[in-house]
Design a protein around this ligand. Structure first.
Ligand SMILES: Nc1ncnc2c1ncn2[C@@H]1O[C@H](COP(=O)(O)OP(=O)(O)OP(=O)(O)O)[C@@H](O)[C@H]1O
Ligand SMILES: [Mg+2]
Length: 263
């Protein structure tokens, strides 16, 4: 879904009101779940008729909670993530993002709801190639209406260890560095909720581990909820709960090796 991703990052209408809440965290009351999906499904039309790629999925993610979604390639994990984030619309069911139903919201309204409150980290980094590292990190703050995005963006680049790469463009950075910029961009606005789709899928093991440690330490520091899609079962174990996806069907993982867990 590259088009919807880039539109979610680059062409959102800036939040016009309540900017302070948008750039300083969730604005969620403590009893509001970060995310609730009720019986969502997705059917697409193909050459041989309709194809259901996600059926009847229900998920709740509480404030500051981390969930993992694991499952084989092609099972529907990225499809689900796109629906949960409001990058795409379900054909059935409803998603409540940060306490607000996405039903009836058009693409711009969904983007405004996400602005400054929802972060993304993708397998393919998805930095804007024409912008420097610093400008990529400034973008979510600018979209959320902050006048001076430069200072906080520079500080965030420092937190991911790239203060000295601020002026570099994505193609002048290694894959691991690009993903660190993407992590900085995701966390610069103190998001209430972070979506990550195979964030280490294009990185070697060692570099991937650095990225994951960064993501988990920033989400801990900022108390961001996390929805993490991964093939890596060890990584999934770092989350509070796990779901598995098989052929478009999502189910909570009953995990005998974690008797203390509630999944
Ligand atoms: N817009 C679409 N039209 C038709 N089929 C689609 C569309 N989007 C996804 N699919 C199909 O839905 C299925 C699930 O795709 P999805 O990308 O969600 O899988 P995934 O679990 O993320 O796989 P991977 O681990 O390889 O990233 C695949 O068979 C894919 O071809
Ligand atoms: Mg995928």
């Amino acid at each position: 879904m590259p088009d919807s991703i880039s539109s979610s990052l680059s062409s959102n209408t800036p939040a016009s009101s309540n900017t302070t809440a948008a750039i300083t965290g969730s604005g969620l009351s403590s009893d509001t779940s970060a995310l609730v999906a009720n019986h969502i499904s997705k059917t697409v039309s193909g050459p041989n008729g309709d194809l259901t790629i996600l059926s009847d999925a229900s998920v709740t993610v509480e404030t500051a909670e981390a969930i993992a979604i694991v499952g084989p390639s092609g099972s529907g994990k990225s499809t689900l993530l796109g629906l949960l984030a409001g990058l795409d619309s379900p054909t059935g069911g409803d998603v409540e993002l940060l306490g607000q139903s996405l039903k009836g919201l058009d693409e711009d309204a969904r983007a405004r709801l996400r602005a400054g409150r929802v972060g993304f980290v993708f397998q393919s980094f998805q930095l804007l190639p024409g912008l420097s590292a610093l400008e990529n990190v400034m973008l979510p703050l600018e979209l959320a209406g902050l006048d001076d995005a430069r200072g906080p963006a520079l500080e965030m680049l420092g937190q991911v260890g790239l203060a000295d790469r601020a002026k570099h463009h994505p193609l002048q950075l290694s894959g691991g560095e690009q993903q660190r910029v993407a992590v900085a961009r995701a966390f610069v606005s103190t998001p209430a909720l972070l979506f990550a789709d195979e964030p280490t899928g294009n990185l070697d093991g060692e570099t991937g581990a650095v990225i994951i440690d960064l993501m988990f330490s920033l989400r801990e520091q900022q108390q961001s909820a996390l929805v993490l899609v991964t093939h890596d079962t060890a990584l999934a174990q770092r989350c509070d709960r796990r779901y598995k996806m098989v052929s478009g069907v999502l189910s909570p993982e009953s995990d005998a090796s974690h008797p203390g867990g509630t999944a």
